[in-house]
Design a protein around this ligand. Structure first.
Ligand SMILES: Cc1ncc(COP(=O)(O)O)c(C=O)c1O
Length: 474
């Protein structure tokens, strides 16, 4: 660490953007540039009080105060991206604002073209589909096994990837979500071997797995298993601020990295938040540090403890980490006899002040995070014990909706063409037999119930109880 002010507390971790931002904070200038709140002086006092003076004082964008630029990467931003690439085992890392969504859009925009095929799993995130709307590429579906009891998808079968590669021409990439939202892991090594055989790049959407490279009890990152590019939502589980993510290009990647970088530049804001970029830099530095490694080890052992305690309950069950697939132990999916996941979620929220990651008709997802203390988990266990002993009943309106889309889409039209076609909005009940013109995908998990170009059928209806109208092709 070289360029630091006298006040900076030395640690072994080096975080260049954090250090540059600290230096700028310690040496304020007379500011005649954006952002107009000018270090918080022009902000609403209540807001300033809420988020703290310092947060506004360091809220700036690139180019100023020797903080470097994002496109092209220069100065501390360039150095921070290089450090991240090293930490995650990549050839090159791009910091993303607008989440992993930005990375997925750039991959589709930069690497695929109108009419080309993308082999992807049915339960991909909506940003993969949006990428297809941008580029005009079309999906060839991999349909994982469905676990109806738990309302979740299983993993992707490498043989099916091979079948699709064997029988289709003009496949621009294979794009796998790994792990699934609930932590189910696919055999990326075998999928990668198949992709290499057909010389087709493999993209892995590891939005939920940025921690894997930092703990031996977690699965192996696709960056080490032969993928060409990987996205990581650092903000989801890695400790950075909301909306900040990373896109990694693997060593030996066959991708056109220039094309991805150009697409990123077109898609990104031209005023990147230094605070978000610093938070990515900080999250990487933390995960690499002994402190971060301890936090992650604690998250793993907290998850194991939570799982042991759930196993003692009578009416609450967990998806076991070895239920037939490899899983990420920190993602704990549970369900309760006689209660929908949504009802269990509302009990935890209203009666116990607990907020969970997500809930569906079947169950709910709890994350054991690097920031959770053992006492948090102990409180959760106590609450689950109380629920287990109490006669809670379900509520009808929460029961009626299906949440996790598990249909096999019938695609009648290219996504991009459908999105830009003449459309009309009609009552949902009249939409059966028509072609959807929009993506309907509630977040989380952001898996599409309907996508542009898809035939609307009776079986979509249980997923659409919140919708009165649907946009269809005219
Ligand atoms: C599998 C997957 N990919 C990509 C994304 C998009 O990530 P972000 O919210 O960082 O844009 C999500 C978000 O939930 C996701 O679940």
């Amino acid at each position: 660490m070289t360029t630091v002010t006298k006040n900076y507390k030395y640690t072994k971790t080096h975080a260049p953007i954090v250090e540059a931002l600290k230096k700028a904070y310690d040496n304020p200038t007379y500011q005649f540039h954006i952002p107009g709140h000018t270090k918080g002086n022009g902000a609403l006092p209540e807001f300033k009080q809420l988020i703290g003076k310092k947060a506004l004082a360091v809220d700036t964008t690139d180019e100023f105060d020797n903080l470097g630029t994002l496109h092209p990467a220069t100065g501390p931003i360039k150095e921070a991206q290089e450090l991240a690439a090293k930490a995650f085992g990549a050839q090159k890392t791009f910091f993303l604002l607008n989440g992993s969504t930005a990375g997925n859009l750039a991959l589709a925009m930069g690497l695929t073209k109108q009419g080309q095929k993308i082999i992807t799993n049915r339960n991909c995130h909506r940003s993969v589909l949006t990428g297809m709307i941008i580029s005009g590429a079309e999906p060839l579906w991999l349909i994982p096994e469905r676990f109806e009891d738990w309302g979740i998808w299983g993993n992707v079968n490498p043989d099916r990837v091979e079948e699709l590669l064997k029988t289709n021409k003009d496949v621009s990439m294979v794009w796998i979500t790994n792990p699934t939202y609930e932590g189910v892991v696919s055999d990326i090594k075998s999928i990668s071997a198949v992709c290499k055989k057909y010389n087709v790049p493999l993209i892995v959407d590891e939005a939920h797995a940025c921690l894997w490279n930092f703990n031996d009890h977690l699965p192996t990152s696709a960056l080490k298993l032969g993928a060409d590019a990987v996205v990581h939502s650092l903000h989801k589980t890695g400790g950075s601020m909301s909306q900040s993510s990373m896109l990694h290009i693997a060593e030996n990647s066959i991708l056109d990295v220039d094309a991805v970088e150009k697409a990123l530049k077109l898609l990104h804001t031209t005023s990147p938040s230094l605070m978000l970029l610093a938070s990515l830099d900080a999250a990487r530095a933390n995960l690499e540090s002994p402190r971060g490694r301890k936090q992650l080890q604690r998250a793993v052992s907290n998850a194991k403890y939570l799982r042991r305690e759930i196993d003692k309950l009578e009416h609450i069950h967990q998806l076991k980490p070895d239920f037939g697939y490899k899983t990420d132990v920190t993602k704990v999916f549970i369900k309760a006899d006689g209660l929908s996941g949504k009802r269990l979620e509302s009990i935890l929220e209203i009666d116990f002040n607990i907020e969970v990651e997500s809930a569906s008709d079947a169950g709910l997802l709890l994350l054991s995070n690097i920031g959770n203390k053992r006492s948090d988990i102990q409180y959760l266990v106590e609450c689950l014990k109380k629920i287990d002993r109490t006669n809670y009943s379900d509520i009808c309106y929460l029961e009626n909706k299906k949440h996790m889309p598990m249909l096999t889409p019938v695609i009648k039209m290219n996504l991009r063409e459908a999105y830009y076609s003449e459309k009309e909005t009609i009552p949902k009940t009249e939409a059966i037999g028509r072609i959807s013109a929009e993506i309907i995908a509630e977040c989380p998990p952001g898996i599409a119930v309907l996508l542009p170009g898809e035939l609307i059928t009776e079986s979509h209806m249980p997923y659409l109880t919140d919708y009165e109208f649907i946009e269809v092709i005219k």
